[in-house]
Each structure stands twice: as structure tokens, then as C-alpha cells.
Design a protein around this ligand. Structure first.
Ligand SMILES: NC(=O)CCC(=O)C(=O)O
Length: 285
């Protein structure tokens, strides 16, 4: 059945009121402040927010956390603060996912791997199985990540309920070739964890929307709020559909941003404008 994509925004708003329909996922983005260098405090705070999200009348299928939620950008102490082999975070996130039957995209943590620190996203499915671990490939010099962290070497795709998805962390969204490569490997959703500060709100929103439109995929992005390490973070977590329409967007304060997505929309958009069939990579160099 042909779908009127021009009126997609209206359609999304209507569907938000009926998330129990099949082919739909309810998403919850835990947009919160992060206390610099206090992993235990941050974890307790997140757990309370995640519990609240999980017990809401409309239970989410997926929860997404922000970037470096355990330590924030406490980079000068990161070796001491980072989670050894990610063990504590892994055990906690897996248990939460299993207990509530919710997919958990664990934002990212500072992970101490054999003495080197990585900015790593851990993903657990509803059964509490780890389905992906992605370490940030592009380190952000403006916040001195390159001085203290090791870059990841491999991009990552994974499946949740049989749906292919990709992972990125913050600065990664400035590299369209990364997102395109995830889409070419089948990803229909992109999950982004971020600590993206002022004054680049315009960049954040524009890049996320562009990645959704050009790759005809859902872009689901969680950014932190508050201040830390000399930066001020603006929230504006977003869920963007594959037509580029905004399904949900947070404000600047702490909140749980929720939205409902239609898992069939990606294929509909890709049929309507067959970008992936029309690519001519041999002509690009
Ligand atoms: N944490 C980050 O990677 C920040 C990226 C950022 O702010 C940007 O402008 O890019």
C-alpha cells in the first residue's frame, strides 16, 4: 500500500498515541546530567531514571543512555576511573535488560582495557545478552579525547528483534562515510550516544537529520545536559525518522524523551526514493 510520506510527521504523532501496535517500538532516551568523575553516583542516578522509564504506562522496547555516563570528561583521571574491562557496567546493564525485558543501548562508558582507556558503547538485548561493543572511532580533539583515550578500530552493526542497527558516539556523526557504511551493511536504525556541548546545537540537529535523510534510516540520539569540564551540554536528544521528520526532541533540562517508531517505515522510504539502488560509487573518485 503506498504511503503518503509527505504527511509522515502527522502520522508519527498519531502513532505515538498507540504504541502497542505491532511493528512499533517505543524508545526512551535518558537525557540527564553527569557528575564528573563519580561513576557510582552516576550509575545510581541512571538506574533510578531507567527504572522510571521501564515502569511507565507505555513500557519502552529500547532504552538509550548518553556518552561517558560513568565518568563524564574527567580525562585527567580517566585511567583510575574507567571501568576495568567494562565488567561493572556490563553486569549492571545486562541485569537491567534481562529484568525488564528491554533492549539497552548503554550509551558509552570509559572502559579500561588492558591499561588503555576506550570510549565504549555496550548493547544488550531483551534477554540480557551482549550483542555489541563499539569503541568510538573518531576521538574529539577539541575536548582532548585524543590525549587520553584510544580510538576504536572497527565499526559495529548488530540486531535487536531481528532488526539491523548501527552504533555511533557523538563526534562520529560528523563522518557521513561511517554512517553510510553502516547503512550499506544493512542498518535501518542508528543509535548515537553523546556529550555534545554548546555552542554547536545547530550542528548537532542538522547532522543528525542529514544522516537520517541521506541513509533513509531512523536516527536515535541521546545527549546529556548540565555542565562539566568547562563545557555546557544542551540535551536536545532526538528521534528522527527515515524521512527526516522529528518524532521526538528533548529540551535543555533533564528528562526522559520518549517516542514511538514504525519499524516498516525504513523500507517504505527506501522503496519510494531508491537511493541505495541509484548510488554510482565507481563514478565518485
Ligand atoms: N563528545 C564529542 O564527541 C563532542 C563532539 C562535538 O561536540 C562536535 O562538535 O563534534
Amino acid at each position: 500500500m503506498p504511503v503518503n510520506l509527505e504527511s509522515n510527521h502527522v502520522q508519527n504523532q498519531a502513532q505515538n498515541q498507540d504504541p502497542s501496535r505491532s511493528n512499533r517500538w517505543r524508545i526512551a532516551l535518558i537525557q540527564c546530567d553527569i557528575v564528573l568523575g563519580q561513576p557510582e553516583v552516576n550509575r545510581a542516578k541512571l538506574e533510578a531514571a531507567m527504572d522510571r522509564a521501564a515502569r511507565a504506562a507505555e513500557k519502552p522496547d529500547v532504552i538509550l543512555l548518553p556518552e561517558l555516563w560513568n565518568t563524564g570528561y574527567a580525562l585527567t583521571e580517566i585511567g583510575r576511573l574507567a571501568d576495568p574491562e567494562g565488567q561493572n557496567s556490563r553486569a549492571w546493564l545486562a541485569a537491567f535488560a534481562r529484568r525488564h525485558g528491554i533492549h539497552v543501548i548503554g550509551g558509552s562508558i570509559a572502559e579500561n582495557r588492558s591499561g588503555q582507556v576506550y570510549n565504549t558503547m555496550l548493547v544488550f538485548n531483551r534477554s540480557g545478552e551482549e550483542v555489541a561493543a563499539y569503541s568510538k572511532i573518531h576521538l574529539f580533539r577539541l575536548m582532548e579525547e585524543d590525549k587520553y583515550l584510544q580510538p576504536g578500530e572497527r565499526s559495529v552493526t548488530f540486531e535487536l528483534d531481528g532488526l539491523p542497527a548501527g552504533a555511533e558516539i557523538c563526534y562520529d556523526i560528523r563522518f557521513p562515510e561511517l554512517t553510510r557504511s553502516l547503512a550499506l551493511r544493512g542498518a535501518k536504525l542508528l543509535f548515537v550516544a553523546a556529550e555534545w556541548p554548546l555552542p554547536r546545537l545547530n550542528h548537532w540537529r542538522t547532522l543528525l537529520i542529514a544522516r537520517a535523510i541521506e541513509n533513509q534510516m531512523y536516527v536515535i540520539a541521546c545527549n546529556r545536559t548540565g555542565k562539566g569540564g568547562g563545557d555546557e551540554f544542551f540535551g536536545h536528544s532526538m528521534i528522527i525518522d527515515p524521512w527526516g521528520e522529528i518524532v521526538a526532541e528533548g529540551g535543555e533540562a533533564e528528562e526522559i524523551v520518549t517516542g514511538s517508531i514504525d519499524l516498516t517505515l525504513v523500507d517504505q522510504v527506501r522503496r519510494r526514493i531508491p537511493v541505495f539502488d541509484d548510488r554510482r560509487p565507481l563514478a565518485y573518485d
